[in-house]
Design a protein around this ligand. Structure first.
Ligand code: AMP
Length: 285
């Protein structure tokens, strides 16, 4: 069932709660692919009812980013959800979520500011205010859908870690279920932004996963020195890539690793032309 208003979601949620049913929430920005589908399948199998939100959240985009051209495919998204047992597809307008004020300013609408030590690095370093926008919208979605479980992908690992911290620190009564990254056979992590890539770009985009998997191989062969592990990137990077970061971070709190260990996540972001792609990999199997 495709629903556009908060009131309609709330009414269904009330009925379900009254009947003692569990609710799973899968927040997305739409343009759904098999990565999203894996979260949906997990929710449908774990929960009595599943709500998928499809909302391109304007306040998590920074100036000059791809808000206007972000792919919007609501009919196809709704179809995918219907075919996979979703009970509600919630696709609000920005006005429904933020009222008329949403055009005023990003600062005016962000109420949940995560700790700077979690967001002053990796994607948060270049995307100032991005995680404030993410935490604010996810809080709103939690308040609207009152889920028992919320499903997030490891593809956006910094987001997952920030949201886990938020849920813990704010005592939000739900459990976050992390879901593994779904990849093409080539290794490329599925992403709605892959739609922007030409065939040649896509070939160049393989550098992300190749670097990560090669680093993991080196680690499994006993290399723990960060400098040596980082040097792997040079094998795959060419003039088509602008590397934003290749970072080794702790899986709990994102502190920087001096030496790689089983709690290390390797994070990478790079730009191919105008398209910014991210990926990450845990060194432990
Ligand atoms: P997005 O629509 O890009 O905001 O993503 C919505 C949710 O789907 C987030 O929790 C993402 O981490 C997750 N997701 C996106 N791509 C993948 C993928 N390739 N594998 C697993 N989860 C993903």
């Amino acid at each position: 069932m495709l629903v556009y208003t908060i009131a309609e979601v709330r009414q269904k949620v009330r009925e379900w709660k009254k009947a003692g049913l569990t609710i799973g929430l899968v927040p997305t920005m739409g343009a759904l692919h098999d990565g999203h589908k894996s979260l949906i399948t997990k929710s449908v199998s774990k929960c009595d009812k599943t709500i998928v939100s499809v909302f391109v959240n304007p306040i998590q985009f920074c100036a000059g980013e791809d808000l206007d051209k972000y792919p919007r495919t609501l009919n196809a998204d709704n179809e995918l959800c219907e075919q996979n047992g979703v009970d509600i597809v919630f696709a609000p307008s920005a006005k429904e979520m933020y009222g008329d004020d949403y055009t005023i300013s990003h600062d005016y609408l962000t109420y949940v500011i995560p700790p700077s030590s979690y967001v002053n690095k990796l994607c948060g370093k270049s995307r100032i205010g991005h995680f404030d926008g993410v935490c604010t919208v996810v809080n709103k979605l939690f308040n609207i859908a009152e889920p028992d479980y919320a499903f997030f992908g490891e593809k956006d690992r910094q987001q997952l870690i920030v949201l886990q911290k938020m849920v813990k620190d704010l005592n939000i009564p739900l459990q976050i279920i992390p879901c593994p990254t779904v990849r093409e056979e080539s290794g490329l992590a599925l992403s709605s932004r892959n739609k922007y890539l030409s065939a040649e770009d896509k070939e160049n985009a393989l550098a992300l996963s190749k670097i990560l998997f090669h680093i993991k191989d080196c680690y499994n062969n006993g290399v723990t020195d960060i400098k040596s592990l980082s040097a792997v990137a040079d094998i795959y990077l060419n003039e088509s890539h602008a590397l934003e970061y290749l970072d080794f971070r702790d899986s709990d709190d994102l502190t920087e690793k001096q030496v790689a260990d089983n709690k290390t996540i390797v994070f990478i972001a790079l730009k191919i032309g105008d398209v910014r792609l991210i990926d990450n990999l845990a060194l432990k199997d």
